[in-house]
Design a protein around this ligand. Sequence first.
Ligand code: RRO
Length: 304
Amino acid sequence: MSAEHPGAGTGVGFCGLELAHPIINASGTFDAIAARRAFGEELLERFPFAAFVSKTVTVAPRQGNPPPRLWELAAGMINSIGLPNKGLHGYLEHDLPALSELPVPLIVNVMGFSAAEVATLVEAFGERDEVAALELNVSCPNVETGLVMGADPHEISLLLERVRPLSAKPLIVKLTPNASDVPAVARAAEAAGADAVSLINTIRGMALHPATGEAWLGGITGGVSGPTVRAIALAQVHAVAAAVSIPVVGMGGVAGGRDALDLLRAGATLVAVGTESFRDPAAAARIAQELAALAGDPAPASLI
Ligand code: RRO
């Protein structure tokens, strides 16, 4: 490991997990089951992420928001997907067995519409050996109740106090950038027992239909991601890393090794690739290799 850029090119410890390199995926931006169907076993032989974060699971199945769900920006996009998923039981039956075959630790991202729902999810996944850690999504910009919990330090404390005793697995709290004091929310999460925080989720934005002037997205507003949010992510990761002692997973507009290095230098332990994987499904492997080269480390062996 390079002393100048710690964690860049060789193994990295995170919440008791030993990861091959610091690049993971942002929840909901890489469908590993579909990718395996498309790319076959080669995907598993050189899996681009050092850990895999599932898309968000809710207790009940959801259809998601009405279309249109995406709007392209000059350097990024706005999504209003609205958490379509099979629900807890569908996930346990269909997705978990497939995702447990991945060659890296599995982090399951969960979201509840109440503390009781989050507790149900944490308990259910907490007892599964296939699951290495849980990411609590308290920051989806496309469901109002998700945002309320994640924007307020007191709400985060109450939630963590409720769910922390339910599982010994690492709990990563995914923070919203749509809060007035993000470091205060991070500190509250740490004080109430979170093992790590991840940020940023998307920033609320909007686009209008060019002909009608009405909202373009079926969900009216959506979440902005991609290079356009990179500087905001860097500032928020920097501020949060200075405010807490637990590890930080940094993300927001990472498209190259230099962007990942910036987030590590700002204090992140891991870096997640999100929107760039839609443009290029192999982006994360390239970014991990570019990061290692910048640090003067050998390329991660799992990617060669
Ligand atoms: O599904 C979504 O619309 C969504 C989620 Br859960 C999230 O956490 N962040 C985002 O930008 N979109």
